[in-house]
Design a protein around this ligand. Structure first.
Ligand SMILES: *[C@@H]1O[C@H](CO)[C@@H](O)[C@H](O)[C@H]1NC(C)=O
Ligand SMILES: *[C@@H]1O[C@H](CO)[C@@H](O)[C@H](O)[C@H]1NC(C)=O
Ligand SMILES: *[C@@H]1O[C@H](CO)[C@@H](O)[C@H](O)[C@H]1NC(C)=O
Length: 209
């Protein structure tokens, strides 16, 4: 598995590319997303939106999103207004992960065959990782970074850019219905508190016909 991932890793290129060329910006406002949070808490206890910044946090001891669910705690914005099954879709956001956050997924492409996700970007040991398999950015804490994730459904391919540099190309995991999600979703070895902040969220689409 390790060698397979390494083969798919693109060596770091210095040149920044405009990932949005040829894409169309889609409207994005509160009509297009909603919050998943511990079921027993009001939104304001785990989410704020101020000065254009979405701040999402969750505690390792929090309840799951649905009562009785075995899933780990999460506070995430689901971009429910754009579920897709074809075409080329792009997520853009400026992200920030405060030091101390660990064992958490901060962005995902939902939808796959025989599993939940086609892509998870997680934070472990201060690094941004593809699941637990490969380091994408070794040191991610305490700085804003621009994330672009492009999902070509027909090609079953995903690209991850950080600050305009292509750092990961991987196959998706199949599935017929996808959407983007970001925030904090606890995984293994969660820190007591997990947090990510986001601004400048864009959803873009490229017509391939
Ligand atoms: C969000 O944008 C859409 C499309 O531009 C618009 O129809 C809708 O009224 C907007 N909703 C809010 C809450 O601003
Ligand atoms: C994080 O670091 C610990 C201790 O060095 C190591 O055991 C663990 O495998 C690392 N986690 C990941 C996902 O690489
Ligand atoms: C678990 O996370 C802590 C940081 O929160 C880290 O120091 C430790 O190495 C991690 N352990 C493993 C097995 O990943």
């Amino acid at each position: 598995m390790i060698s397979w991932v390494m083969m798919m890793m693109i060596s770091c290129r210095a040149d920044e590319v405009d990932t949005t060329l040829g894409f169309t910006d889609l409207p994005f406002n509160t009509s297009y997303y909603h919050l998943h949070k511990p079921y027993d808490l009001p939104e304001t206890q785990r989410y704020s939106f101020a000065g254009g910044v979405h701040r999402l946090w969750v505690y390792a001891t929090d309840k799951p999103y649905r009562r009785g669910s075995p899933t780990k705690p999460r506070t995430e914005l689901m971009i429910s207004g754009y579920t897709y099954s074809s075409g080329i879709w792009q997520f853009e956001g400026q992200g920030y992960v405060p030091k101390g956050t660990n064992g958490v997924c901060i962005m995902q492409v939902f939808g796959a065959t025989r599993r939940a996700t086609s892509l998870m970007l997680r934070v472990y040991n201060g690094s941004l990782m593809y699941y637990q398999r490969a380091v994408i950015v070794p040191e991610i804490f305490d700085r804003w970074f621009r994330l672009n994730v492009i999902h070509d459904v027909e090609a079953a391919a995903l690209e991850v850019y950080v600050d305009g540099v292509l750092l990961l190309v991987v196959a998706d995991h199949g599935g017929k219905s996808h959407y983007f999600k970001f925030g904090v979703y606890g995984q293994n070895n969660m820190s007591d508190c997990m947090e990510s902040r986001w601004k400048g969220i864009r959803v873009l689409y490229k017509n391939v016909t």
